[in-house]
Design a protein around this ligand. Structure first.
Ligand code: FDA
Length: 394
């Protein structure tokens, strides 16, 4: 039976980083993955250009039952450290918006850097190998795999979340944690588009492709200022993906459609200074026309001049603009979700090394852990940071 110092299960972002770091320390490392290619989520991320980090990656940008857990790894291996790594390899990249860094050319360039690091460090990558079962012995761990058994001293579980099952996502890491008695928080799809109730779906379907800047708030009080995109299936765009992490079934979303204006003051001033302009034409100046058409369909004074609008209706219109309420029916689930919320309870792990407190030698890193970042490069930064941290310890 092959014996390794370290076996890392999962050649995604976290596993690639961890395997290279451990191998640089002189450990004999095997990185295994069930897929025929490493880093497939990296390749499809960021529309093929991989939003590989965020220069503002702070603990507040992460959802975790213990919000302090991420601090250690994020401080020890920062966005700047990853930027220095990719710069050493000559990657050309740019900031798109809100601190989000993307490859100029292709996500493949970023994956090539990680594979080159793996090679420099001397780790072995074995693809098309599914890990089927794990047991412990006096000497460490024995793994049953689709390619025969393996033995190792340290085992790193980097099997990712449940999103995009067609890319190889499996619940294996979560089941393994449970098998060894670790608590696992229930999982749900995150950074995911919303679906709508039948009435709203038929109302908004003609708007597919329309996008608008908004400030969206959840009932928990979390807010994001980004774009909302209408689709054939419901609501998407960065604003909706961000707030989906903080949404629970039955809750409403509060949307400020004019985040740069005080809608009450704006309508009042318009009534005074531009009294003859109709409500509809006024809104057309600030919002996409196709949207205004649908938005005002039930507002009986849409064609009334703003100066003629009774103050009660004006207040109603202002409220519709600043606190537009939408109650989603659900979300598109793991099929299109970018991430999985929940996972291995961080109280079970050392925040410094990611090692299990109950099972010495077993480590959990990346998305399989109950840590989920906002949209914008935060999830990859978590993968680099915790992968690096475990790589120093295994
Ligand atoms: P990841 O899922 O990358 O890797 C896990 C690996 O384990 C897979 O290769 C899988 O095949 C393997 N595996 C699972 N079970 C196994 C078993 N039993 N045996 C062997 N191998 C097994 N984030 C971000 O920061 N910026 C972005 O631009 C994007 N964009 C984006 C787009 C889309 C469409 C998705 C779905 C996701 C993103 N993300 C993102 C999120 C990001 O991709 C995600 O958070 C990281 O890839 C997580 O890295 P991990 O290494 O934890 O898991």
């Amino acid at each position: 039976m092959q014996h390794w110092d370290v076996v890392v299960i999962g050649a995604g972002a976290a596993g690639l980083m961890c395997a290279a770091q451990a191998a640089y320390r002189g450990r004999r490392v095997l990185l295994v993955d069930n897929a025929k290619k490493a880093g497939r989520k990296i390749l499809i991320s960021g529309g093929g250009r991989c939003n590989f980090t965020n220069i503002n990656a702070q603990p507040q940008a992460y959802l975790c039952h213990n919000p302090h857990f991420v601090k250690s790894a994020l401080t020890r291996y920062r966005a700047q450290d990853f930027i220095e790594l990719v710069e050493r390899h000559g990657l050309s990249f740019h900031e798109k918006t809100l601190g989000q860094l993307f490859c100029d050319e292709s996500a493949q360039d970023l994956l090539d850097i990680l594979l080159t690091e793996l090679q420099y460090a001397g780790a072995t990558l074995q693809l098309r190998t599914e890990i089927l079962a794990v047991s412990t012995t006096d000497l460490g761990f024995v793994l049953t795999t689709s390619q025969g058994p393996l033995e190792c001293d340290s085992l790193v579980v980097a099997t990712g979340g449940l999103s995009m099952p067609k890319l190889g996502a499996t619940p294996f890491g979560l089941k393994l944690a449970e098998q060894f008695g670790l608590n696992v928080y229930p999982t749900r799809a995150g950074l995911v588009p919303f679906t709508l109730h039948a009435h709203d779906k038929s109302r908004f379907e003609p708007l597919a492709g329309v996008s608008l800047d908004c400030l969206v708030s959840s009932e928990s009080g979390h807010q994001f200022r980004e774009n909302l995109l209408f689709t054939h299936r419901g609501l998407s765009g960065p604003a909706m993906l961000q707030i989906s992490n903080y949404w629970w079934p039955g809750q409403a979303l509060r949307i400020n459609l004019l985040p740069d204006l005080d809608s009450h003051e704006w309508l009042k001033a318009s009534a005074r200074e531009r009294a003859r302009v109709s409500c509809k034409n006024l809104l057309n100046e600030q919002l996409p026309k196709r949207f205004v058409e649908v938005f005002l369909a039930d507002f009986k004074d849409a064609t009334t001049a703003i100066g003629q609008l009774p103050s009660e209706q004006r207040q109603q219109l202002a409220l519709m603009l600043s606190e537009w309420l939408i109650k989603p029916n659900g979300n598109e689930g793991y099929r299109t979700a970018e991430v999985t919320l929940g996972g291995v309870d961080t109280d079970e792990l050392s925040s410094k090394t990611m090692e299990s407190k109950k099972v010495p030698g077993m480590y959990f890193i990346g998305e399989v852990v109950d840590v989920t970042g906002w949209l914008g490069g935060y999830n990859f930064q978590w993968a680099w940071s915790c992968g690096w941290a475990a790589g120093q310890a295994v």
